[in-house]
Write a protein that binds this ligand. Sequence first.
Ligand SMILES: [Cu+2]
Length: 118
Amino acid sequence: MKSRMWVLGIFSAIALGLGGVVACSSSTEATTTEVKLPSMQCGSCEQTISAVLTAVEGVKEVKMDLENKTAHVSFLANLATVAKIEAAVVKSGYAANDKKADPTAYAKLAECCKAGDQ
Ligand SMILES: [Cu+2]
């Protein structure tokens, strides 16, 4: 019984440690991050990226800003991370912050959506 508590303790310490690296806020509160989307060109890109962001586990709210090529994403830090959010956008063929779009996904985008930096 005592050793089992130990294991639990170690696991929570690891979980807390990882959470702390990713975000400083409490894990139950939503954190908001601004994601730069330099290759977002049109309303279609906006819709695609919005859907992709919303589908990330732990994401609570997505506010797209086509004019400024950004998205404001509120997420629960215990479920999502900025890296996961970026990865989801990258996988859909768009650049996110300093991460370049996945070339295969980018190639499948509509022609009009390929004008931006990859
Ligand atoms: Cu587009």
